[in-house]
Design a protein around this ligand. Structure first.
Ligand code: PRP
Length: 213
């Protein structure tokens, strides 16, 4: 049986704003959600049978894997890091940035010679996959939760694996992109069971959104 509402998990912050703009283009508005002052967590659009909530990025694939959300919009960095069982159905083309190995220019030599270095990152799985599987370099990975650029500055790590968008955080802290791991962008993900049970509604939504990209 079809559910009353299709639930969409959005990544709190800039990605949510851009996603809501996209939904608006296909005629789905959730004005209440744009009110920055609100502490409300979940918003329903009765006419379209859609329900939206805001979550921290790394939690979005979790909600979608467990079916608490049928659909999610999240960065490909988080999809790679979290490795959840979800369908990735659409590259939304916004939130474009790059996952990079960054550090002071001198650290370039350590990378070249496959030295045993320390790597700080909010993305330990991506960092591990890049160094161990792609570069075949043994490194020590240190998980941080933000402001990762501090790592090389205060001597916690030699390099970082982090997102670079404009490059200004690196520049202002005397760091450089040393290697590129992969390009990133916002993706739409779908719960595997919802995709089977609610194929029609979900496919229509994907098609409508694709037409706007
Ligand atoms: C992200 C990322 C970089 C910065 C890159 O951090 O981790 O620090 O943005 O953007 P730029 O190249 O345009 O300067 P975020 O703002 O999410 O905060 P965090 O470091 O605390 O995670």
């Amino acid at each position: 049986m079809e559910k009353k509402y299709l639930t969409v998990a959005l990544t709190k912050g800039r990605l949510a704003d851009k996603t809501l703009d996209l939904f608006e283009k296909i005629g789905i508005t959730v004005d209440e959600m744009k009110d920055k002052g609100t502490r409300k967590l979940i918003f329903t659009n009765e006419e379209t049978g859609l329900r939206f909530f805001l979550a921290k990025g790394p939690d979005v694939p979790t909600y979608v894997e467990y079916g608490a959300a049928d659909i999610g919009v999240v960065g490909s960095d988080i999809i790679m890091e979290e490795k959840r069982r979800v369908y990735e159905v659409l590259d939304l083309g916004f939130g474009k940035c790059r996952m990079c190995v960054c550090g002071p220019a001198e650290a370039g030599e350590l990378l070249k010679h496959h030295e045993m270095i320390r790597v700080a990152s909010k993305y330990p799985n991506i960092a591990r996959d890049y160094f161990y599987n792609i570069k075949q370099q043994t490194v020590d990975i240190i998980k941080l939760n933000g402001s990762v650029e501090l790592g090389p500055i205060v001597g916690l790590s030699d390099v970082i694996v982090d997102i670079v968008e404009t490059g200004s955080t690196l520049k202002e802290n005397g760091l450089k992109v040393l290697e590129e791991v992969c390009p990133l962008s916002a993706r739409m993900i779908v719960n595997q069971v919802s995709m089977q049970m609610d194929t029609e509604r979900i496919s229509k939504l994907i098609t409508d959104i694709r037409e706007q990209l």
